[in-house]
Design a binder for this molecule. Structure first.
Ligand SMILES: Cc1ncc(COP(=O)(O)O)c(C=O)c1O
Length: 353
């Protein structure tokens, strides 16, 4: 098979020209501002794409789960990895230690003393140093210490534990002005105490092109920008033309004049909405609204469409949230100008531990 139009549906495709341009654009922007690029591979979970990001100039990669680090280490993608998740429990700390032996640098984040103690015990048991960043909640309301003072106190507590080495601060996502204010205050505390902060790590795709407004950032972690999706377009960070991922789907039913049904439901498009309207953007029918999904069906409201598809037509849906779509399929197809150029197994698919 050489043509993308031969791909059976549903199928997840990536336009290679668009993806390569996305990789170049992000790298160029961060280079221009002297901020290191540490792409988050949870978006694609494909080592070949990670290698392209490294070749473009990334300093290393970000992973969310140990299983992703394992897959990307096996594939020899990068020797400098940041794992942005609190690692808890012997099973996981043992796996972390095994990976540390294989990488030049494997840094972790932590936002509480329980995690710090577990990492320290593992480091001591395995005779390995554990570099860490303190995760700071600078406005998102997820993980992270709540105040600059807490960041300083936790760093100090953890630094006193065997084998733990403080390297810096991390947040997700950059928020203006709360992230800047948080980091300014925290950095002042470390400066006064004479503790060097080597890394200040920001993150998020909507924050890439304004990362330079946070002068303390030494690196930025973004994932979604490699493909882009409805959410990123809604945030104003990309246009439809910058969206590389498509879910190729067939119109399997036209029960009435205003409704079409596609053969891709929550098991491909996923139910993520993140405040967007509908469940994806249909390239051929932009006025069509993917109004509902069941597991294997997408319901499309065609009321606003002048042209309407027929049963058997193939359409392409830009998903709301591309990162979760990656986790739904065994392979992703790389397409260039309509030709099928690559079939990539999603090697870290399902690696949620
Ligand atoms: C800790 C962390 N860093 C970076 C990212 C990348 O963000 P985005 O997908 O918006 O590029 C995420 C996304 O979930 C994240 O959780």
């Amino acid at each position: 098979m050489t043509s993308a139009s031969d791909l059976d549906t549903p199928a997840v495709t990536v336009d290679l020209d668009v993806m390569e341009a996305n990789i170049r654009r992000v790298q160029a922007h961060l280079d221009q501002h002297g901020i290191a690029n540490r792409p988050h591979i949870k978006t694609h979970k494909i080592p070949e794409i990670g290698r392209m990001q490294m070749a473009a100039g990334a300093v290393g990669i970000t992973c969310q789960k140990l299983g992703e680090v394992e897959v990307f280490t096996d594939a020899d993608v990068a020797d400098d990895v940041l794992l942005t998740f609190n690692i808890l429990g012997r099973d996981k700390t043992d796996r972390l230690m095994a990976l540390s032996r294989r990488l030049r640098r494997l840094a972790v984040v932590l936002d509480n003393e329980v995690v710090a103690r577990g990492l320290s015990e593992a480091g001591a048991a395995h005779r390995l140093d554990v570099p860490f960043l303190v995760e700071c909640d600078t406005g998102f309301g997820r993980n992270g210490v709540q105040t600059p003072d807490d960041a300083f106190d936790l760093a100090q507590t953890a630094m006193r534990l065997p084998r733990l080495h403080f390297q810096g601060l991390m947040t997700f996502p950059n928020r203006d002005p709360s992230t800047r204010i948080f980091f300014e205050r925290a950095l002042e505390l470390f400066k006064r105490a004479g503790i060097p902060v080597r890394t200040v790590s920001g993150g998020g795709t909507p924050g890439i092109f304004t990362a330079q407004n946070f002068p303390m950032l030494t690196e930025h972690r973004a994932g979604t920008c490699v493909y882009n999706d409805v959410m990123v377009v809604a945030s104003g960070t990309a246009t439809w033309d910058d969206c590389a991922m498509r879910v190729r789907a067939t119109v399997v039913s036209r029960p009435n004049d205003a409704r079409a049904v596609l053969d891709a439901g929550t098991k491909v498009l996923t139910s993520d909405q993140y405040g967007t309207k509908g469940y994806g953007h249909i390239v051929e029918y932009p006025e069509g609204l993917v109004s509902g999904l069941s597991e294997e069906h997408a319901i499309v409201d065609l009321t606003a469409c002048r042209e309407r598809p027929r049963v058997g037509d193939v359409v392409h849906v830009i998903p709301n949230h591309c990162c979760v779509v990656s986790n739904m399929v065994d392979e992703v197809y790389g397409v260039r100008k309509g030709r099928l150029e690559a079939t990539w197994p999603v090697a870290a698919r399902g690696k949620v531990r």
